[in-house]
Design a protein around this ligand. Structure first.
Ligand SMILES: *[C@@H]1O[C@H](CO)[C@@H](O)[C@H](O)[C@H]1NC(C)=O
Length: 334
């Protein structure tokens, strides 16, 4: 493949792990600035006003309406996303309703959200590169900007030759430390149709879901000394690039450029979230529904079903990799 599908401004990070680690995981990110963020100051002003006064009620409704319009009704990619990499390989069509990234021999492409979020529920429908997508990686993730001590929540879709399954690779970084990979096959072919990939991030847990089925939970384990992402706002990023040195069957299968350009499609973006601007966070009115959301027994059942039938790698089961003992959060039950 071409030496670098990464834009020159982006950092190309190769995570260095132990010899056992199969995840040399290059990432592209715009971590060119270093910010320090003030401690969070969650604003809940929109949910507290109740007086009999009609004026106040109207004002309140207006504020709610604006917040809901800004935060929740967010299917328009033109207003929500910046196309950051790959020139016209990244494009928005259908009046802001469809975003597509493509990859050819010369370059991949990417986008990022204009807003930063501090907690939220983020949904996106994605249709992955169809047919022979071997060697391609579609990354879809939240990340803060404070590189070196950053937080990050990752979905990465590793392509495959036609008829062979994608791998959904996940990871969580807190204060710059990752190495928390879990990998899955999906119970459907993600090339054939749009499916919803969701991240629910609240103070207790990070929940990864696919079409509403939870596949992974990362619990707040501060009690065990594990940092939890709770003060650095994160932006949503996605990029499509060639990683045929590691992505498909560990790098054995290379990208077949006669099938280029490779294209991934996105629609129905919804950020039901707390938007962070100027050191302040303001939350959607529907915050209440996800802020305290935990796994109920039905969700737990589904999560176990996925983990038993579709999980192909879990760092918490990889004893060879952690000879000195598993990371502390592995002690928590799913
Ligand atoms: C690709 O297909 C092979 C053969 O079925 C499988 O072993 C591998 O896990 C699949 N996915 C990737 C991303 O390599």
């Amino acid at each position: 493949m071409d030496s670098s599908p990464f834009p020159p401004l982006y950092k190309h990070i190769k995570h260095k792990h132990t010899q056992n680690n199969i995840f040399q995981n290059p990432k592209t990110q715009t971590h060119t600035h270093t910010h320090s963020f003030k401690p969070t100051n969650m604003s809940t002003s929109t949910t507290t006003t109740t007086t009999p006064s009609t004026t106040l009620l109207i004002q309140c409704c207006y504020v709610l309406f604006v917040l809901v319009a800004v935060v929740v009704g967010a299917a328009d990619f033109t207003s929500e996303m910046n196309l950051t990499w790959g020139g016209d390989r990244a494009k928005i069509t259908q009046n802001g309703g469809l975003l597509q990234l493509s990859l050819d021999r010369a370059s991949g492409s990417g986008f990022q959200s204009k807003q930063q979020y501090l907690f939220g529920k983020i949904d996106m429908q994605i249709k992955l590169v169809p047919g022979d997508s071997a060697g391609t990686v579609t990354a879809y993730y939240l990340s803060s900007e404070n590189w070196g001590s950053h937080d990050e929540i990752d979905f990465e879709f590793l392509g495959n030759v036609s008829g062979q399954p994608y791998i959904l690779h996940t990871n969580v970084y807190t204060r710059g430390k990752g190495s928390r990979e879990q990998q899955f096959y999906l119970w459907f072919d993600p090339r054939l149709a749009f499916h919803t990939y969701s991240l629910l991030w609240n103070p207790q847990q990070i929940l990864f879901s696919v079409d509403g089925t939870p596949i992974r939970v990362f619990r707040n384990a501060e009690g065990l000394g594990v940092p939890y992402p709770k003060s650095q706002p994160m932006r949503l990023y996605s990029s499509l690039w060639c990683a045929d040195d590691w992505a498909t069957r560990g790098g054995l299968v290379k990208t077949d450029w006669t099938h280029a350009p490779f294209t991934a499609s996105y629609r129905a973006y919804r950020a039901d979230a707390c938007v962070y601007t100027n050191g302040r966070s303001s939350c959607s009115s529907s915050k209440a529904t996800w802020w305290n959301q935990a796994l109920d027994s039905n969700a737990l059942k589904k999560l176990k079903w996925v983990q038993q039938n579709y999980m192909i790698y879990n760092y918490c089961n990889d004893a060879k990799r952690f000879p000195g003992g598993f990371p502390p959060e592995c002690a928590l039950k799913i």
